[in-house]
Design a binder for this molecule. Structure first.
Ligand SMILES: Nc1ncnc2c1ncn2[C@@H]1O[C@H](COP(=O)(O)OP(=O)(O)OP(=O)(O)O)[C@@H](O)[C@H]1O
Ligand SMILES: [Mg+2]
Length: 504
């Protein structure tokens, strides 16, 4: 008997039909992937299963019994847990406190007993954690493990994971997959959402593909291929981005001169970083996350002031300037965290002009018609699934990213900083964003691309700068780069790379 059956689930957000008579079933001891383009309805379907949304039509059976799940509390009682993309842990509490929070029997709270219970639960599923540690001190991967543990502690038999790997570095992805395999061996079921087909093929048993709210099909891992899955998702074959020939490069648009910067904790995050980006080239910053990339992006947005060194954009010295001066100097940005830089309660059209309000002001008043027309135009050009008047918070993750991209490019930047621009995007949208970045380069924009995805780096970069522990350990032309060499440099294990950087 299936652990979960969803039958004829329909959910409408006028005018969007987010789920259209969806049938979905999950076996005990199965890892089942949910695939589909941005906006296909994956998150909506899972929020219905977890009681966060209510279906307009359809039924849910849990272990063969009809269930009316109207809140997460009921879902948990039925053994359904969810690990959300944005974690819900309390940073100032310990791991054990977070896990048992809201799930203590009796009146008193006994921290030692809680720690012991949590340690036992962690050991049972082979999840490495220190119950006494404060959540505030944990990495993203560790926090995710605590979210999983929290669900298991509440006796979840079914675990919903919505794009769990999009926040993880590759090593952590492997740890997560080991955990999922242990859960499967223990007879639990997992619903796994990801846009990365290689991950889906590595860890899942079956795959259900959604397109425009409908089920395209459910296939066995052993009977399908990445190409077939991509085709099912987008309804056509995908081709990958076409890379044009090498380009004669133009003048230097950005120069970083021995830049030092501190992170949030006051520790050195960028150490003596010197770089030049030329018009008409894509310079990629490759590295494992947490090696200074976030600080570099913030320095180039004007939201983090460098402790030492200089930032020159064309002939202007922007060292220590605020974000508005960076924008005025022609610096466009696609921030890593999509929710940063967008305002959920404002409309899509309003979000598209947030960085250039002056251009949309007439006689001291915002020109609403102009903002709306501008929004309509960008929505059409970037194929965004939304109306200009929709609240930003109602958009799917991929469509939010497209809004951010459209906004950055419509400002006609001369220098563009793109941080992880395809994270969380489906195959089609990834192709689209990559081709847009190449188009910008061809038009003479200087592009600094920060990416942890080596396939992306090799597909787009003209030159690759590897960052490790805040230092640029080497800059190499893409034709001369290999995966092995980049991997070694990224792990700090390449003395040759270090020598080339000349910074240490
Ligand atoms: N609360 C809401 N209000 C209005 N519309 C919504 C709401 N939630 C989702 N939608 C719409 O429903 C559709 C499906 O969205 P959903 O978030 O389920 O997609 P998804 O498959 O998870 O996409 P992604 O891969 O980008 O995360 C989208 O068109 C989205 O804009
Ligand atoms: Mg989603």
């Amino acid at each position: 008997m299936p652990a979960i059956q969803m039958l004829g689930i329909t959910k409408r957000f006028d005018p969007v039909l987010a789920n259209d008579h969806v049938d979905f079933s999950l076996e005990p001891g199965e890892i089942h992937a949910l695939l589909g383009e941005n906006g296909a309805g994956k998150t909506t379907l899972m929020r219905i299963l977890y009681g966060l949304y209510h279906a307009d039509e359809g039924e849910i059976l849990v272990d063969g019994q009809l269930a009316h799940i109207t809140s997460p509390k009921e879902a948990i009682t039925l053994g359904i847990g969810m690990v959300a993309q944005h974690f819900t842990l309390v940073p100032s509490l310990s791991v054990a406190e977070n896990v048992v929070l809201g799930y203590t029997r009796g009146l008193g709270f006994d921290p030692l007993a809680a720690q012991q219970n949590v340690a036992e639960a962690a050991a049972r599923f082979g999840i490495k954690t220190d119950p006494a540690a404060l959540v505030r001190h944990l990495s993203v991967g560790e926090r995710q493990r605590i979210e999983i543990l929290k669900a298991l502690y509440r006796n979840a038999r079914v675990l919903i994971m919505d794009e769990p790997t999009s926040v993880l570095v590759p090593q952590e992805v492997n740890v997560l997959f080991e955990t999922l395999e242990r859960l499967r061996a223990a007879g639990l079921s997992v619903i796994f959402i990801s846009h990365k087909l290689n991950e889906v093929m590595a860890v899942c048993d079956r795959i259900t593909v959604l397109r425009q709210g409908r089920v395209v099909g459910t296939v066995d891992k052993t009977e399908t291929s990445q190409a077939e899955l991509a085709c099912m998702m987008v309804g056509r074959e995908t081709f990958g981005v076409v890379r044009h020939g090498e380009h004669p490069q133009g003048q230097v648009r950005l120069r970083l001169d021995h830049l030092n910067a501190l992170d949030n904790k006051g520790l050195p995050a960028l150490k003596q970083v010197s770089l030049e980006v030329q018009a008409g080239e894509i310079l990629c910053i490759a590295g494992v996350s947490g090696n200074g990339q976030a600080e570099l992006a913030r320095v180039l947005a004007g939201t983090l002031k460098p402790a030492e060194g200089r930032i020159l954009v064309e002939d202007q010295d922007l060292t220590g300037s605020d974000p508005s001066r960076f924008l005025a100097a022609g610096v466009g940005r696609i921030p890593e965290e999509r929710h940063e830089g967008t305002i959920g309660e404002l409309s899509v059209a309003e979000n598209m002009v947030l960085e250039r309000l002056d251009d949309f002001t007439r006689n001291g008043l915002l020109d609403r018609n102009l903002i709306r027309r501008h929004g309509e135009q960008l929505i059409a050009e970037y194929q965004i699934k939304a109306q200009p008047t929709d609240r930003m918070r109602t958009l799917s993750g991929g469509n939010i990213q497209k809004v951010v991209l459209a906004r950055a490019l419509s400002g006609k930047p001369r220098f563009l900083v793109a941080s992880q621009p395809t994270r969380g995007l489906d195959v089609g949208a990834t192709e689209y964003v990559r081709s847009k970045l190449l188009e910008q380069r061809d038009q003479g924009v200087a592009v600094l691309l920060i990416s942890e995805d080596l396939d992306e780096v090799l597909a787009l970069a003209d030159r690759i700068a590897v960052i490790y522990e805040g230092r640029i350990v080497g800059v190499i032309p893409t034709q001369e780069a290999s995966l092995e060499q980049l991997g070694l440099m990224m792990s700090g294990a390449c003395p040759q790379g270090a020598a080339r950087g000349g910074n240490s």
